[in-house]
Design a binder for this molecule. Structure first.
Ligand SMILES: C[S@@+](CC[C@H](N)C(=O)[O-])C[C@H]1O[C@@H](n2cnc3c(N)ncnc32)[C@H](O)[C@@H]1O
Length: 243
């Protein structure tokens, strides 16, 4: 998700962001050049999402590929995403991992429709299933399908929907995961707002602090926050590993 600017650290100004963007452009041009088999599909997915009026809040290539590589390194068979948007990260995960099944949950029917079309165009619709509905309503159904053996346990989870429910999602998915599964929660740092007292009442910051603090207390998991900079500003992800 895009987080422009560095609210808490105003000295991290536009020039700095320009450098981060240039570094991303340089590294992506070598590590994920336009000759990669999924590059056109990813660009087309963003273009169609934009044409259809979706907000520009998909993960950017560096982060989405980082997640796809996590799935590959861990040989994940089933990944879950909360917050599909136009399917950008789902396409990255599935197209980089031919044996991976992705379940992705989206509350907005228009986003779901755009994502479904993007998945079909990218040739991964047979392995990516969008479930329409609010995350908290849909997750128990996914849990049932995992418990009954209809779906494999989760090896990777990406939480990127309504930030107030970060902890509620994480709390529920832990029991659906295999031991060693990784869970990433996006937009934890948001330009430093995580620790900015003037943002303490913002629902997003409350959601970020709650998940960090609860993970620190929870014996089922271990975690750490990784701060990130790049083309979408200064932010960070919470990485959690299920024991
Ligand atoms: C930041 S975007 C997701 C971007 C996507 N993960 C990617 O990287 O391509 C957040 C999405 O979560 C969806 N969303 C918001 N609240 C939700 C909820 N309660 N349940 C499921 N999805 C929700 C929004 O409609 C939006 O499409």
């Amino acid at each position: 998700m895009s987080v422009q600017g560095a609210a808490f650290f105003p000295q991290e100004d536009e020039i700095q962001e320009q450098v981060w963007t240039e570094v991303d452009a340089y590294t992506v041009s070598h590590l994920h050049p336009s000759t990669k088999p999924n590059s056109a599909a990813l660009i087309n997915a963003l273009r169609y999402s934009n044409e259809q009026g979706l907000p520009d809040i998909a993960s950017y290539p560096v982060i989405a590929k980082f997640y796809a590589l996590q799935c590959r390194a861990l040989r994940v068979k089933h990944a879950l995403e909360l917050g599909t948007l136009g399917g950008y990260t789902s396409i990255f995960l599935a197209s980089e991992n031919p044996d991976l099944r992705v379940t992705t949950i989206e509350v907005d029917p228009h986003h779901r429709d755009v994502a479904q079309r993007n998945l079909e165009q990218a040739g991964v619709a047979d392995r990516v299933t969008i479930r329409l509905g609010a995350g908290l309503n849909v997750l128990p159904q996914v849990g049932k399908d995992i418990a009954s053996g209809k779906l494999p346990r989760l090896g990777f989870v990406y939480i990127d929907a309504d930030k107030q429910n970060n902890w509620n999602y994480l709390d529920q998915v832990i029991d659906m995961c295999e031991s060693g599964a990784v869970i990433f929660v996006d937009n934890i740092v948001r330009g430093g707002r995580l620790v900015d007292p003037s943002h303490r009442k913002s629902p997003g910051v409350i959601g970020a602090r709650r998940v960090v603090e609860n993970v620190g207390r929870d014996v089922r998991v271990d975690g750490m926050v990784l701060q990130t900079v790049g083309e979408k500003g200064y932010d960070g992800v919470l990485m959690v590993v299920v024991k």
